[in-house]
Design a protein around this ligand. Structure first.
Ligand code: DQA
Length: 146
């Protein structure tokens, strides 16, 4: 069972990007954490990051017939992208929305998410560990395979 963990803009800068907000964990650290958790849960992990909205839409489309679920941190596109909302609606896969920071405790423009209405659940404010929790949530949600 393949799970896509998809990351949007500026998440490639983790480690040095506003460490007071996002901590010192790098995206490579998050990929390693996801790989460990996926292995434990019996998932095959596909991990990707892009700074481009259309590329993120295409990664979501690509999940449609190849993945069982999506973990998505759409970064700033969370708050702006109808296209990502529509892509998630069109693939109809369980999606767990993840944010490292607690978007509801930050600036008002981060309180609105176009992802949440088409997500199965939302994890925010728990740092990198949120990705591992999201994989666990998908494991609970998806039918077992033989
Ligand atoms: C983020 C929160 C977003 O508001 C921000 O634009 C990001 C990162 C997070 O993981 O906390 O790029 O998605």
């Amino acid at each position: 069972m393949i799970i896509d963990v998809l990351n949007g803009p500026n998440l490639n800068m983790l480690g040095t990007r506003q460490p007071e907000v996002y901590g010192s964990t790098t995206l490579q650290d998050i990929e390693a954490l996801c790989a460990d958790k996926a292995k434990l849960l019996g998932f095959e992990l596909r991990f990707a990051q892009t700074n481009h909205e259309g590329a993120l839409v295409e990664l979501i489309h690509n999940a449609k017939d190849t993945a069982a679920g999506i973990v998505l941190n759409a970064g700033a596109y969370t708050h702006t992208s109808v296209a990502i909302h529509d892509a998630l609606a069109s693939v109809a896969l369980p999606c767990i929305e993840v944010h490292l920071s607690n978007i509801h405790a930050r600036e008002p423009f981060r309180h609105k998410s176009f992802v949440t209405p088409v997500a199965a659940g939302l994890i925010c404010g728990l740092g990198a560990q949120g990705y591992a929790f999201a994989l666990e949530a998908l494991a609970e949600m998806l039918p077992p395979t033989e």
